[in-house]
Design a protein around this ligand. Structure first.
Ligand code: F6P
Length: 373
């Protein structure tokens, strides 16, 4: 019998358990293969921490949030060991062989696709599934987790509407999405946000304020601003670019390292404080009271939506078919109603950002939503 290993890596997403169940029940029940789970992403494979995944473990998890396997953001080639980033690829390859795995299934987002490709290049048989609430994995129509998060963020905007309206306030709601704005855009449109700010479109604070003032002149003294956590103003983009340039031009290691540290600090400061600063600025520029709501990890928690359960089960069972056919080195992607294998080389390192002419962008503009540009 063939032996299949499975792990979940990167930030968690609703639908991970549905996918583990989809893969697990199909490989065991349908194809009669053996299955073993590794805990906490690549770290569990490195430290040889595994768990049995038989009928009992796979039962009752379809609707559960999180991942029964646990997860981590550890990368095989840069794992913290005694506080130091260490390349643990060899250990991982050794453990894969010791377990006599025929294939390793990695459930994860963009980072996981890159790590999976690296392991493929070490000669391991790998299949991945796309999970992320950010919807930025390339090569697939969508990833599980996104639909659930979209629902949570939309409901939050609905609820913020009534309180913003009652108090005649601006409410700036921060939605996850470090690099890609799918979640802020989708929830912003579905929730009827008045302004939507995305990482893909640098915004002009004066235009954002003007959109809010215009609404006030029309008798609407409240506004909802949906802002992706990675959105930046034109000035902020310029500041980032200047340091990036400095890093590129640095002639010695020391200057390069300093620029790298500066960039990381700026990034951390931006992610932590940007939304509050934006709200303060809008209060000053519009004369309206403004409040901040940060949705945070609420967007990643809880039971998956119907669409995500369906997607995760579809991709999970298709993964078992691919194992049966020995079709390795691929991600199982959603293409319409079909699940298709896409080579990891086409997926790893490619981020699916919101194209500026995407139908969602055009619709938002048509209905009068300001995108801050
Ligand atoms: O990658 C998904 C994501 O939700 C991003 O939108 C966000 O920037 C990040 O995870 C935050 O993750 P964590 O708090 O787990 O580091």
């Amino acid at each position: 019998t063939r032996k299949v290993g499975i792990l979940t890596a990167g930030g968690d997403s609703p639908g991970l358990n549905a996918a583990i169940r989809g893969v697990g029940k199909s490989v065991q029940g349908h194809y009669g293969m053996e299955l073993i789970g590794f805990r906490d992403g690549f770290r569990g494979l490195m430290e040889n921490r595994s768990m049995r995944l038989d009928g009992e473990q796979l039962s009752g998890i379809l609707t559960q949030g999180g991942t029964i396997l646990g997860t981590s953001r550890d990368k095989p080639h840069r794992m913290l060991v005694n506080g130091k980033p260490t390349d643990m690829t060899e250990t991982i390859v050794r453990n894969y062989r010791q377990h006599r795995l025929d294939v390793l299934i990695c459930l994860g987002g963009g980072g996981t696709q890159k790590n999976a490709l690296r392991l493929k290049q070490q000669g391991l048989n790998i299949i991945t599934l796309p999970k992320t609430i950010d919807n930025d994995v390339a090569g697939t129509d969508t990833s599980f987790g996104f639909d659930t998060a979209l629902g949570i963020a939309t409901e939050a905007i609905d609820r913020l509407h009534s309180t913003a309206h009652s108090h005649h306030r601006v409410i700036v709601v921060e939605i996850m999405g470090h690099r890609a704005g799918w979640l802020a855009l989708g929830a912003g449109i579905a929730g009827g946000a008045d302004v939507i700010l995305l990482p893909e479109i640098p915004y002009d604070i004066r235009r954002v304020a003007e959109a809010i003032r215009q609404r006030a002149r029309n008798g609407k003294r409240f506004s909802i601003v949906a802002v992706a956590e990675g959105a930046r103003s034109l000035q902020q983009v310029a500041r980032f670019r200047a340091i990036q340039k400095r890093k590129k031009k640095a002639s010695n290691k020391h200057d390069k390292q300093r620029a790298r540290e500066k960039l990381a600090a700026l990034e951390a400061d931006h992610l932590g404080n940007h939304t509050v600063r934006l709200s303060e600025q809008l209060e000053q520029l519009t004369g309206l009271e403004s409040r901040v709501t940060i949705l945070g990890h609420v967007q990643r928690g809880g039971s998956p939506s119907t669409a995500d359960r369906l997607l995760a089960t579809r991709l999970g069972s298709a993964c078992a078919d691919l194992i049966q056919q020995k079709c390795y080195g691929v991600m199982v992607a959603a293409a319409g109603e079909a699940a298709v294998p896409v080579p990891l080389e086409e997926v790893a390192g490619v981020k699916k950002l919101v194209p500026l002419d995407h139908p969602w962008i055009l619709s938002a503009r048509r209905v009068g939503t300001s995108l801050g540009d």
